[in-house]
Ligand binder design. Structure first.
Ligand SMILES: Cc1ncc(COP(=O)(O)O)c(C=O)c1O
Length: 422
């Protein structure tokens, strides 16, 4: 079931007749008469969700938004008064975030930072820079020294996750390009001691993505807290910042059983007491879990055909707009909005059958979901993919085949909307 405002917008998109006053502009008229392909974002729902997330966190926790999940300007603006800051993972994101959000706290992480990006991070007053390697530390010291500036950093660490159940993307205690392995911590701290322009504020961990089980995530937090305390003791460090990354997942195959954030926050609070972490700022930098649910990718059905026993629904758009299902190798959840069409009985239709929904690309990989049961689906109906607000449009190979871009529709308050189709 779609929220009422999304269902209403979807129906409007496929059922509203062409406006005759558009006809003076041929290209616009043509585009309007083509079948629909659009992202719809529910900005109000995003705000409500993010506010709830933020309000349930224990007092000494902060919620940052990882812009890589979805950096669309209306999304950032909507979150700006709710989250505590934003994480950038490239110079591009850094400049974009600073331009969109001149007053917000920014942090900067990610592997392979250029000297120019490190320099920009200092100039753009990034609050904390997450250092990924010893060589990066050297380079940062040199750049900060040349600018006669002091830079506050966290060391991003890669530690073993032991017995904690892994998710489908776990990065702890194994070879990855991310962070500094635990065995190199002593060397890193010695280096920092010799760097007069670098100030160590704490540690950063991001060892799992797609976490669906709150108890597993509590165990991961417990490991982070224990490690943080142990290192502070072993190396006599007085540190006040712990960044625990993002990685809370979306249950795409079973959205009705989401990650239990309220329960996670409650048990996190107890964990903070247990490890006496009350005076440490514990920062989350979540992306997917914040923005996924506010986005809907809508494809109007162009054709329905049978091929060697399978029903293929060919719809407008594809993985060049919405790579999430291909990237995650999953069947993406969707809902159907039926077109009001008196001639529907004449159109290709499937009833109570399994369908594979594909896009317009000339590759068999352009599949959004396979063998999914539908009650009824006809040419002209709209397939609305839910949970399309994170790692969707911005991770897609948008120029492949030079198809049109989707419409970008941002639904704000119930009556207002902005349409941005640049
Ligand atoms: C260092 C770091 N922090 C945060 C995130 C955001 O993760 P998610 O969107 O799963 O919350 C990522 C994602 O790649 C990351 O690499």
């Amino acid at each position: 079931m779609l929220p009422v405002n999304i269902a209403h917008k979807a129906e409007q998109l496929i059922n509203t007749p062409l406006q005759s006053d558009c006809s003076s502009d041929n290209s616009f008229t043509e585009q309007q008469s083509d079948p629909v392909c659009a992202y719809i974002y529910d900005i109000n729902a995003l705000k409500i969700h993010a506010k709830q997330m933020r309000s349930q966190l224990p007092n000494n926790c902060e919620l940052f938004y990882a812009a890589k999940a979805n950096p669309e300007a209306p999304i950032l603006q909507a979150l700006s008064s709710i989250v505590d800051g934003f994480e950038a993972a490239s110079g591009g994101e850094l400049y974009w975030l600073r331009q969109q959000l001149p007053q917000q706290k920014l942090i900067f992480g990610g592997p392979g930072k250029l000297d120019s990006e490190l320099s920009a991070a200092i100039d753009l007053a990034v609050e904390l820079l997450h250092v990924e390697s010893l060589y990066e530390l050297h380079r940062l010291q040199q750049i900060a020294q040349n600018k006669e500036r002091k830079v506050a950093i966290l060391l991003r660490m890669n530690i073993a996750i032991g017995e904690i159940s892994q998710t489908r993307l776990s990065m702890g205690g194994k070879p990855t390009p991310f962070g500094i392995e635990a065995a190199q911590l002593g060397e890193a701290l010695t280096l920092i001691n010799s760097c007069s322009n670098i100030e160590l504020k704490g540690f950063h961990f991001h060892l799992m993505s797609h976490q669906l089980d709150y108890q597993n995530h509590i165990q991961l937090m417990s490991l982070y807290f224990k490690t943080f305390k142990q290192w502070c003791k072993d190396y006599q460090l007085d540190l006040k910042h712990l960044n625990v990354g993002g990685g809370i997942g979306i249950n795409y195959s079973s959205p009705q059983t989401p990650f239990n954030w309220p329960q996670f926050c409650e048990e996190l609070n107890q964990l903070i007491q247990t490890y006496e972490m009350q005076d440490i700022t514990i920062r989350f930098e979540c992306g997917r879990y914040i923005s996924a649910s506010c986005g809907y990718y809508c494809m109007q059905v162009l054709d329905i055909k049978q091929s060697y026993g399978k029903n293929f629904v060919v719809a407008r758009g594809g993985t060049h707009h919405f790579r999430t299902p291909a990237a995650q190798n999953h069947n993406h959840p969707f809902t159907i909005v039926r077109q009001n069409n008196n001639n529907q009985h004449k159109l290709p239709t499937v009833t109570q059958q399994k369908v594979t929904i594909v896009g317009q690309l000339c590759t068999p990989k352009d599949v959004l979901c396979s063998d999914q049961e539908v009650a009824q689906l006809s040419v002209g109906d709209l397939v609305v993919f839910t949970y399309a607000g994170a790692y969707a449009w911005n991770i897609s190979h948008q120029n492949f085949l030079m198809h049109d871009k989707p419409q970008m529709i941002f639904l704000a308050e119930s009556t207002q909307e902005t349409i941005n189709n640049d």
